[in-house]
Design a protein around this ligand. Structure first.
Ligand code: FE2
Length: 402
C-alpha cells in the first residue's frame, strides 16, 4: 500500500542550513559543565529560575564548576515569560561580577534571558538595543545552555523571546551571536518535571516541528528533522507524562525538542507561535499551553495551502496509517490534533482569562509577529481574529465545546 505522498518540494530549490551550537546529549551531561564552561572563561554567571534551583537541578552544574576550581555567581529569579527588566537585572549581576561566560540552566525562560544577557554583557547598553533581527554587532558573551524541560529548543536557536510590559507584548532578539555555543542535554534533569509541564512543553516541541515543516521557508533538512521530531513526540510524550521516571521516554522527548528546535531555527515558526506569543505577552499565559490551544485551529486553517504536508503530519503522529486520499488524511491529522489536546486536558482559550474584548489586541499582536509572514497561508489581522474567535468559542471537529 502506498503511503501518503512525501513532503512536496522542488529538489533543485536552493537552501541554507546552519547550526552554531555544539551539542552533547547524554545522561549525566550536566556534570560536564565545567569542561565546556572553562573553554570560554573562568567567571561564570549561572542563570536559572527558582523552581529549577529548588528542584536541585543546578547542583550538578555548580558541583562540576567548583570541582574545577571555578566559583560562579548565580542569578536565580527568572520568571515564566521573562521580562525586559529581568534581563537587565541579570546583566547587572553579571557586569558587577565580571562574568566572562554564561551558563543557563532551565527552560526557555532561563535560556532566553541568558541570550539577552549575552548581548548586554558583550556590548553594553540596554537589551532592547538589540531587538529584532541581526542587531547584535558581534559575538556575545559565550553561553552554555543546559535545558531542564523538553520543548523550547532554545538551547540550539538564535532567538530570545522576552516580554516588554511597557508595550504589553513579547519581543524577540534574533542573532547568531547570541546562540548558545554549547548545549548540554541531560535527560535526567527532566524527570522532576510535573505532568502538566511535561505535556505543555512537549506540545511546544510538537508545534515547533509542525510549524517548521509547513513554514514557507522550510527546507529538506529542516523537514527531515521536523518529521522525526513528530514521530518522537508520538512515541514518547504520553509515556513521559504518565511515567515521569521513564528515562527512555524522557530521552525521547528531549531528542524531539532538540530536533524540532534545530528545524524551526533553520525554517521558522508561524501563526501558532504568533498567536501564542500574543497571548503570553498580553495575559502571561504559559508558552507551551498557549501553543497547544491554537495548534489544531491553525493546522486546519493552513490545510488548503499545505495539503500534502498536513497529510504527512498525521502519518508521523500515527493519526492514520497512510494510503488515504490526501484530503482525508489531512482531515485525520486535524481531528487527531483536536483529540490530542483533549486527551492532554489542554484548557480552552476562555479558561486562560481571554474574553471577546481581548481579541482585537491579540489579533493585532499576532499579525505583527516576525514569524507571521512564514505561515503557509497569508495572514491578516481579520484572519487572526477569526482564529481567536474559533479557539474562544470552540470548534466541533474534535468535539471541543469552548
Ligand atoms: Fe515555542
Amino acid at each position: 500500500m502506498t503511503q501518503n505522498p512525501p513532503a512536496p518540494g522542488d529538489p533543485t530549490r536552493a537552501f541554507a542550513f546552519s547550526l552554531p551550537t555544539h551539542i552533547e546529549f547524554a545522561l549525566g551531561a550536566a556534570g560536564r559543565a565545567a569542561e565546556f564552561t572553562a573553554t570560554f572563561g573562568t567567571r561564570p554567571l549561572v542563570i536559572t529560575d527558582p523552581g529549577v534551583l529548588e528542584a536541585g537541578l543546578v547542583e550538578p552544574v555548580l558541583a562540576s564548576l567548583r570541582a574545577a576550581g571555578i566559583e560562579p555567581t548565580v542569578f536565580s529569579t527568572v520568571e515564566a515569560n521573562p521580562r525586559v527588566e529581568t534581563v537587565e537585572r541579570a546583566a547587572g549581576v553579571g557586569l558587577e561580577f565580571g562574568a566572562d561566560v554564561i551558563v543557563a540552566v532551565g527552560g526557555g525562560s532561563a535560556i532566553d534571558t541568558a541570550k539577552g544577557v549575552s548581548a548586554v554583557l558583550a556590548f553594553g547598553g540596554h537589551v532592547l538595543d538589540y531587538e529584532g533581527w541581526d542587531a547584535v554587532p558581534g559575538p556575545g558573551t559565550p553561553l552554555v545552555a543546559i535545558p531542564t524541560t523538553s520543548g523550547t529548543g532554545s538551547e540550539v536557536t538564535i532567538w530570545s523571546v522576552i516580554t516588554d510590559p511597557a508595550r504589553s507584548c513579547k519581543t524577540a532578539l534574533g542573532s547568531v551571536h547570541i546562540a548558545p555555543r554549547v548545549a548540554l542535554l541531560d535527560p535526567a534533569l527532566t524527570v522532576t518535571m510535573p505532568a502538566h509541564v511535561t505535556t505543555t512543553t512537549g506540545m511546544d516541541a510538537l508545534t515547533h516541528a509542525i510549524e517548521a515543516y509547513t513554514a514557507r521557508c522550510s527546507n529538506p533538512v529542516s523537514d527531515a528533522l521536523a518529521l522525526r521530531a513528530m514521530e518522537l513526540v508520538s512515541q514518547h510524550l504520553e509515556r513521559a507524562t504518565e511515567h515521569p521516571d521513564d528515562l527512555e521516554a524522557r530521552s525521547g522527548m528531549m531528542l524531539a525538542s532538540l530536533l524540532a528546535g534545530i528545524a524551526f531555527g533553520n525554517a521558522d515558526t508561524a501563526a501558532v507561535h504568533s498567536m501564542a506569543e500574543a497571548l503570553g505577552g498580553l495575559l502571561d499565559v504559559a508558552h507551551g499551553l498557549a501553543n497547544a490551544i491554537f495548534l489544531p485551529y491553525v493546522v486546519a486553517h493552513n490545510q488548503p495551502a499545505a495539503p500534502d504536508k498536513t497529510a504527512r503530519i498525521g502519518l508521523a503522529l500515527g493519526f492514520h496509517s497512510g494510503g488515504l486520499p490526501v484530503d482525508e488524511a489531512g482531515a485525520a491529522t486535524i481531528q487527531g490534533l483536536f483529540q490530542m489536546v483533549q486527551r492532554y486536558r489542554i484548557p480552552g482559550l476562555a479558561e486562560t482569562g481571554v474574553s471577546e474584548q481581548h481579541l482585537p489586541a491579540l489579533a493585532a499582536l499576532a499579525q505583527a509577529n516576525l514569524g507571521t509572514p512564514d505561515n503557509p497561508v497569508d495572514m491578516t489581522q481579520e484572519s487572526f481574529q477569526m482564529l481567536f474567535e474559533l479557539a474562544l468559542h470552540g470548534d466541533d471537529r474534535g468535539g471541543r465545546s469552548g
